[in-house]
Design a protein around this ligand. Structure first.
Ligand code: SF4
Length: 336
């Protein structure tokens, strides 16, 4: 499948403009993501239609807490990623092409098959998730266009590294996104992910401008991105650039993949981070991967009552009337 968003250069080289890496790729070579290859001076996607994972998940698991809570999302992925996060939680599929000499595996599935399966499963949305949807962009776009025609919503769970051109192409079909803002220092992005911070901030602002519903996730890793001043700066960026209504999900780290020398994030650190977010002015700050913390519930910013109760990513009860708190009628931000 010929790739979108690339230019042909001299000597049969190409430059990919799908993500902020903008890889220059020689003939028979692939880009950083290892799923886009230069074949005779043309760039091709090697993962089009090759689904490695598909599940019906509660939308809360994306996590999206303010977009159709309580609904199911048909969740798909291909292998591959354009980041090299040392703490990758889905490395077996996300890093497979990088770790196994370009290996691509997956079940060939036409775009219409994804949409019909989602409809048959009663899902209100399709989530492009588990790995990085940007790297299977052509396929995601084909599925998303068809889904939109069928009244099914589209959700990206993404590292936010897509180019502005890529975002402009998918935005008309994209209803919501959970974007990782993994830290607030360029050093972290360089050292831990082999990427950079600025393009992620730019994508978040662009998504907001395109009218995409945005929620942001930060995996809090002891000693790496949990400094209170860094978290304060991150939260201030969310308030200033995206608005205080932006839900912020603070997720608990556990040692995995190449980052096994750090402990689980202490509960106290997560609660402190949550308070930092609230003090910065964010209205909805959640703690994930810590069942029973009580910080998964949506609390009305006016009266303080819990309007959606959750336990481990499942919405249990909802006391939202339309888009309003059933207790005091304050508007609750989101799509309900
Ligand atoms: S998607 Fe990103 S990482 Fe992959 S080839 Fe294109 S620019 Fe490089």
């Amino acid at each position: 499948m010929e790739a979108l968003l690339y230019e042909r250069l001299d000597d049969r080289k190409v430059r990919c403009h799908l993500c902020a890496h903008h890889c220059k790729i020689s003939e028979d070579q692939s880009g950083i993501c290892r799923v886009r290859v230069n074949q005779g001076g043309r760039l091709a996607s090697r993962v089009y239609g090759k689904i490695i994972a598909r599940h019906v998940d509660p939308i809360e698991k994306k996590p999206l807490f303010h977009f159709l809570p309580g609904s199911d999302s048909y969740s798909i992925a291909t292998v591959g990623c354009n980041f090299k996060c040392r703490f990758c939680q889905n490395a077996d599929i996300a890093q497979l092409p990088s770790d196994r000499q370009g290996l691509i595996i997956g079940e060939d599935t036409p775009a219409e098959g994804v949409v019909s399966d989602a409809l048959a499963a009663g899902c209100a949305s399709i989530a492009y998730t588990y790995t990085e949807p940007t790297i299977f962009f052509e396929y995601a776009l084909a599925v998303a266009k068809r889904a939109k025609r069928e009244g099914v919503h589209n959700i990206f769970v993404t590292n936010g590294y897509m180019s502005a051109k890529a975002l402009a192409m998918i935005a008309p079909y994209l209803d919501a996104a959970n974007v990782d803002l993994k830290a607030y220092t360029d050093q972290f992005y360089r050292d831990m992910c082999e990427a950079r911070l600025a393009p992620v901030k730019a994508t978040l602002k662009n998504m907001k401008a395109h009218g995409v519903h945005i929620e942001v996730t930060t995996l809090v890793i002891p000693g790496l991105n949990d400094d209170p001043s860094e978290l304060s700066a991150l939260a201030a960026f969310l308030v200033g650039a995206l608005g205080p209504e932006t839900p912020w999900h603070l997720s608990r780290f556990h040692p995995t993949y190449q980052l096994t020398d750090r402990p689980n994030t202490p509960a106290q650190t997560l609660h402190q981070a949550r308070q930092i977010g609230l003090d910065a002015g964010l209205k909805y700050v959640y703690i994930g991967n810590l069942p029973g913390s009580g910080a998964e519930n949506t609390v009305c910013p006016n009266c303080g009552n819990s309007v959606i109760n959750r336990f481990h990513y499942n919405a249990r009860t909802s006391l939202i009337d339309g888009n309003h708190c059933a207790y005091c009628h304050e508007a609750i931000d989101g799509v309900f």
